[in-house]
Design a protein around this ligand. Sequence first.
Ligand code: NAG
Ligand code: NAG
Ligand code: NAG
Ligand code: NAG
Ligand code: NAG
Ligand code: NAG
Ligand code: NAG
Ligand code: NAG
Ligand code: NAG
Ligand code: NAG
Ligand code: NAG
Length: 443
Amino acid sequence: MAPPPRSVTVVSLLLLLLSATMSVPAPVAAEADDEAALLAFKAAAIGGVSYGDTGTPLASWNSSGGAGGFCSWEGALNLSSNAFSGDIPASLGRLRRLQILDLSYNTFSGEIPANLSSCTSLLLMRLRFNQFRGHVPSELGDKLVNLVVLSLWNNSLTGTIPASLANLSSLNILSLGLIQLHGTIPPGLGGIQTLLHLDLNNNNLSGKLPKSLYNLSSLERLQVQGNMIQDKISASIGNRLSRLQILELYANQFTGPIPVSLSNLTALQILDLSENMLSGYVPREMGRSGSLQSLLLENNMLEADDKEGWEFITALSNCTEFTEFEIGVNAGLTGQLPSSIVNLTSVEFLRFDQSGISGSIPSAISNLLNLEVLGMSNTFISGVIPESIIKMANLGVIDFFNTELSGTIPLAIGNLTRLYILNAHHCNLGGPIPASKGRWQIC
Ligand SMILES: *[C@@H]1O[C@H](CO)[C@@H](O)[C@H](O)[C@H]1NC(C)=O
Ligand SMILES: *[C@@H]1O[C@H](CO)[C@@H](O)[C@H](O)[C@H]1NC(C)=O
Ligand SMILES: *[C@@H]1O[C@H](CO)[C@@H](O)[C@H](O)[C@H]1NC(C)=O
Ligand SMILES: *[C@@H]1O[C@H](CO)[C@@H](O)[C@H](O)[C@H]1NC(C)=O
Ligand SMILES: *[C@@H]1O[C@H](CO)[C@@H](O)[C@H](O)[C@H]1NC(C)=O
Ligand SMILES: *[C@@H]1O[C@H](CO)[C@@H](O)[C@H](O)[C@H]1NC(C)=O
Ligand SMILES: *[C@@H]1O[C@H](CO)[C@@H](O)[C@H](O)[C@H]1NC(C)=O
Ligand SMILES: *[C@@H]1O[C@H](CO)[C@@H](O)[C@H](O)[C@H]1NC(C)=O
Ligand SMILES: *[C@@H]1O[C@H](CO)[C@@H](O)[C@H](O)[C@H]1NC(C)=O
Ligand SMILES: *[C@@H]1O[C@H](CO)[C@@H](O)[C@H](O)[C@H]1NC(C)=O
Ligand SMILES: *[C@@H]1O[C@H](CO)[C@@H](O)[C@H](O)[C@H]1NC(C)=O
């Protein structure tokens, strides 16, 4: 995983500062009301992890009102990574001064109370990784207009994305992944100009990507993978979403070409367009900006032959942190394995299994000293396995299954101590089976 971009850190700092300014004394009546709400929450949230002498994180919330008790509460309620379960009470909605509500990584269940929309001071609401059921309350979008972060990632919700969320005009992060939503993406989300991360992964969303999303010019992460989106990727994506660092559209039904404009993205680190129906050539300058770390295009209908389509590999050698390159399951990628591949010296995962690639493995493949996985199965690769392969000390998996390789397996391959899978079935390889210093098996 890439480190979080700087902007997120800035957001968290901002939130910290804001919560630190919350110790201003509040009117007594409001405090009593908050206290009642907290005590109701305490009664409902059962099963917190014990922290030895200090008891559960909720133990100090009682009516004593003394130092360390309720009165020192600063508008931030962070119970993340505990073992709380049960419902969260609707009375939590009475905590009007609450700015931060982080209940992540617990097993809260029940519905998300619509009354939380009364916590109009909320800047951050993270309910991710729980077992909430029911719908995303549309009331949240009508009233929590100060929200900067809304994360409901990984819950057991159903229903659709409420169009009202478009009202959250200060949002930096909207994370609605893995919560079983269906229906279409509300076009209004494209009006939230402050969005940095939009994560809708692994739902059952259908229809097209609203054109308005290409208006989110600050966007750094767009994650829509694992849905049923049927669309073309806008040709202008690389010029309109010019700050993209992560673009994950895999496992959908995108058709048409990979937009050439994507090679204009100077900050792009992860491009995952696998498992779609994309066709045509990979843009010849993909990666020229040097920032790309992962290029994952497997399982599409991409093309290349000896005349055209492989130029992008030359551009990729500009990417000094390039580690993952997977273009398998594209029958239309044909022609000789481009020799320029030997210049991708940082690559760790290289897979082009189930493609139409032919030709032999260049001896200079041993330039790829970081390579851990080399997948060439079900291709037309021929010739001998170069002796130089034994210099690639990090190799863990070599998959030559069902190729046209011939000759013998270099005896010294047994010197690759990290190798644990060597799959060489259905080749024309002969000769003795080398002894191994590692624990690999010829499958
Ligand atoms: C109330 O909280 C204070 C501060 O943590 C603690 O010392 C006290 O024992 C608590 N009282 C009750 C009745 O739980
Ligand atoms: C809540 O606490 C957890 C763990 O202590 C921390 O990782 C998380 O960032 C906190 N949430 C907020 C909003 O500060
Ligand atoms: C829900 O919110 C409404 C309006 O703020 C309030 O009247 C009602 O008491 C709340 N319900 C609960 C259970 O707190
Ligand atoms: C989602 O949460 C469940 C527990 O509620 C957990 O088992 C599962 O691994 C989580 N999924 C992901 C992708 O983290
Ligand atoms: C919020 O959005 C909905 C749907 O887009 C709209 O009907 C409603 O008027 C908006 N509410 C506010 C307070 O802006
Ligand atoms: C997703 O939606 C399709 C049709 O809209 C439906 O057939 C399918 O069962 C849904 N899948 C899930 C996991 O909800
Ligand atoms: C994108 O933004 C422009 C200017 O703010 C606006 O005129 C246009 O309608 C928006 N496009 C879409 C598809 O929302
Ligand atoms: C890339 O950006 C340049 C400068 O902004 C622009 O002239 C060019 O048309 C863009 N390329 C593509 C393919 O959109
Ligand atoms: C590599 O980057 C340099 C500087 O940005 C650029 O001039 C060059 O064209 C790039 N090379 C390729 C093959 O794209
Ligand atoms: C590798 O890169 C160098 C420097 O850019 C270049 O001269 C050479 O031709 C490349 N090798 C291959 C096989 O493309
Ligand atoms: C393999 O290792 C053995 C002993 O460590 C060494 O003698 C031999 O030269 C090595 N083979 C190659 C080809 O590096």
